[in-house]
Write a protein of this length. Structure first.
Length: 167
C-alpha cells in the first residue's frame, strides 16, 4: 500500500480549529493500539486504533484565546477532561493514517462546538390581530349549523330500545 504524501502532510500540519485557534502538532499527543474492527490477517499485528490527546491548560494556543472563549470552553468540556487532557479515539478505518485524520477531525469538531456561542434564547411573541382573525375565519365554515334532515331524526333517549322490546 502506498501512502500519498499529501495525506502524511495533513496529519503533520497544525490542527486548525476555526479562525481563532491553531493547535501546533507539538501540543498533540498520539497513542496507538490494536483495533477491534475489520482488518483481516493484519488485525492482530497492526496498531490502527488511534487516541489523540490535547491538554488545553498547558496549551499556548488556548492561552491566547480571549477570556470569554476560555470560560465557555471550560464550562462545556470541563467534565470530559481526564487528568486535564481531552482525549478522542478513532478506530473505524483499517488504516492508521485514516484513523489519525478521523481523530483530528473529531477533536476539531469537539473544540469548535465547545467554543461556539449558544443560540439566542427565543423571545415569546403574541400572534398579531390579523393572524388571529384569519385563524378564526377559517374555523367558521366548520362551525356553521348542519342542514336539517341529514341522518336520522333525534329520538327520545332509549325509545328505540323500548320499541324493540314492545313496551
Amino acid at each position: 500500500m502506498t501512502i500519498e504524501p499529501s495525506a502524511l502532510d495533513r496529519v503533520a500540519d497544525p490542527l486548525r480549529v476555526g479562525a481563532s485557534l491553531v493547535i501546533p502538532v507539538t501540543e498533540l499527543g498520539w497513542r496507538f493500539s490494536r483495533s477491534s474492527g475489520p482488518g483481516g490477517q493484519g488485525v492482530n499485528t497492526a496498531d490502527s486504533r488511534v487516541e489523540l490527546t490535547w491538554n488545553p491548560a498547558a496549551s499556548r494556543a488556548f492561552a491566547a484565546l480571549p477570556e470569554q472563549l476560555q470560560t465557555r470552553f471550560w464550562t462545556q468540556i470541563g467534565h470530559a477532561l481526564v487528568n486535564g487532557e481531552l482525549t478522542v479515539a478513532a478506530s473505524e478505518f483499517r488504516s492508521q493514517l485514516r484513523n489519525r485524520e478521523a481523530a483530528r477531525e473529531r477533536l476539531a469538531k469537539l473544540i469548535t462546538k465547545a467554543l461556539t456561542a449558544p443560540p439566542p434564547t427565543r423571545r415569546p411573541t403574541k400572534p398579531g390581530r390579523r393572524a388571529v382573525e384569519r385563524r378564526l375565519a377559517g374555523k367558521r365554515p366548520a362551525a356553521r349549523p348542519r342542514p336539517a334532515g341529514r341522518g336520522r331524526p333525534p329520538t327520545e333517549r332509549g325509545s328505540r330500545r323500548r320499541e324493540a322490546l314492545g313496551r
